[in-house]
Every structure is written in C-alpha cells, then in structure tokens.
Design a protein around this ligand. Structure first.
Ligand SMILES: C[S@@+](CC[C@H](N)C(=O)[O-])C[C@H]1O[C@@H](n2cnc3c(N)ncnc32)[C@H](O)[C@@H]1O
Length: 265
C-alpha cells in the first residue's frame, strides 16, 4: 500500500464518497488489517475504565465491531456507526438484541441518539478531511453528556517530529498524524478537554497510535455542532439501522436538518 506525504490537503468536495469507496474496498478485499491489530485494543480498555454502569456509548467507525462487543459484554448499550456495514454486524446485533443499534452511514451525516456517557473513536477521525475534523468532534460533543468521556486513537509520528504529517494513500484516502499538542488543541477547539495521552507503539516504523482520553466540556461549541456534512453535500444521507433482525429498510433517510456553520478553521 503506497502512501505519499503531502503538504496541502486536496479539495474537500467529493472526499466523503472517496472515503466510503476506499473503506468499502478494504473490507471487500479483506485488507482491513486494523481489525486484528492487537495495539488497537488499548482504546476500548481506556473507555471501559471510565464508564458508569450500563452506560450509553457511541462507537464511531466501529468496523467489524470488535470494540462494540467488548462494550456490550460489559453491560453497556452501544450505538455503532460505520460507513460500511460488515458481515459481522448481524450476529452481534442478534446476540445483544435490544442493547445495540448498528448504523451504516457517515457519522457527520447520520442522525445520532444520545446523549452518550462515552464515545469511542478507534482509528476513524484521522481519516477525515482535515477541514472536517473540528466539525466532526463538535458533533460528537453535541451528542455527549456534560463530563462524558471520549477516547480517540490518533496516529502520531513515531520519530519524534514536532508536526504531524498528512499522508495520502494511492486511492486518495487521507491519514493525518497528530502530535500530542496538535491533538489537544484540536479537541479543545471542539468541546473536549484532553485529560491524558498514551503513546501505543505498533509495527509500523512511520507512526504509532496516540490514545487520548478527553472529557466533554460543560458547554459544547453549538455553532459547529449541527454543521453540514463535509464537501457541501446536500442534507440527505444514506443511513440504515440494524437492530438484530434486519436492516430497517430505510436506506435513504433524511439526515437531521443541517445548519451551515461558519467556515471551519
Ligand atoms: C481504521 S478503521 C477502524 C475500525 C474499528 N474502529 C477497529 O478498531 O477495528 C476506520 C473505520 O472508520 C470508518 N469510517 C471512516 N470514516 C467514517 C465516517 N465519516 N463515518 C463513519 N465511519 C467512518 C471506516 O469505514 C472504518 O471501518
């Protein structure tokens, strides 16, 4: 898999479709190497340690559902969102019928329930277009309880560079690295206060994980919270739910009404 370090982000318009195609292909072709990566398991453990009993949790970019299963097994209620509905979802939804909902769609566009006690983002945020990251985190804050916990896994440079780079895969998918200072600043501007950061080495010499635990600030930045999906996409979104039986069949629900925000900074 070739990656190129780029100095400027590409055009945001159309990036949501590109990202959807890219991840769909990864799963279809069995190239979802993250699903079996042991270092990815740290993230959910950090969240589990801070949740109240029977908490309400959102798993953003849930993938095959490994972390959702850990959360459900610990007694929490889980809404899991991903661009791609993998074939693992049916069995999980059936096993924990009534305790979980799997939602296929873009987290920036789907209707979320909440408010959540905890939110997990294990490897999703850093693939978003850089212009959407703040809006993405603000949407999560808007659906979290005051004081709720967000645990998010970033990529961070493994070689001590003072600035994270922006990498582009051959198909256009982006991966953004964040140093601890960059991660803290991004979170703070979007309604989250970083509490602690843990570097987690992985096999790649290029980047490690940076698992950040954050707390929702008392007042989320409301002007960003219901922002439009990235790239000027119209306010409709593919969204389907899976609750243990079948998908509810509504594959083209209207997303919540969206309000255009001021330009992201
Ligand atoms: C690196 S994978 C991690 C998957 C899972 N969290 C895990 O630990 O195995 C990133 C996941 O985020 C999903 N994703 C990326 N952007 C998304 C978005 N905007 N909304 C919902 N899911 C998204 C991808 O489809 C993919 O499953």
């Amino acid at each position: 898999m070739s990656h190129t370090c780029i100095t400027e982000a590409p055009e945001a318009v159309g990036y949501d479709e590109l990202l959807d195609r890219s991840f769909r292909r990864s799963y279809d072709e069995g190239r979802d190497i993250w699903s079996d990566e042991p270092a990815m398991e740290v993230c959910v453990q950090r969240l589990l340690a801070r949740l109240p009993q029977r908490g309400a949790v959102l798993d953003v970019g849930a993938g095959r559902g490994r972390d959702a299963v850990a959360l459900l097994g610990a007694g929490h209620r889980v809404d899991a969102v991903d661009l791609v509905a993998t074939d693992d979802w049916a069995a999980i939804a059936k096993r924990w019928h009534g305790q979980t909902a799997f939602i296929e769609g873009d987290v920036l566009a789907v209707r979320l329930a909440g408010p959540y006690d905890g939110i997990l983002d294990n490897g999703c945020l850093h693939h978003q277009h850089p212009s959407a990251c703040k809006r993405y985190l603000a949407k999560l804050a808007a659906h979290a309880k005051p004081g709720a916990t967000l645990v998010v896994s970033f990529f961070t440079p493994a070689d001590g560079r003072s600035q994270g780079g922006l990498w582009q895969q051959h198909d256009g998918r982006l991966t953004q690295e964040f140093t601890e200072a960059q991660a803290r600043a991004l979170l703070h501007g979007a309604g989250w206060q970083a509490l602690d950061c843990l570097a987690v080495p992985r096999a790649s010499a290029r980047y490690h994980y940076l698992v950040v635990t954050a707390e929702r600030e008392m007042k989320p930045p409301s002007s960003l919270a219901l922002a439009t999906p990235r790239g000027g996409r119209p306010p409709t979104a593919r969204q389907s739910r899976f609750r243990g039986g079948k998908f509810d069949g509504s594959s083209a629900l209207h997303a919540s009404r969206v309000v255009r925000s001021a330009k992201d900074t």
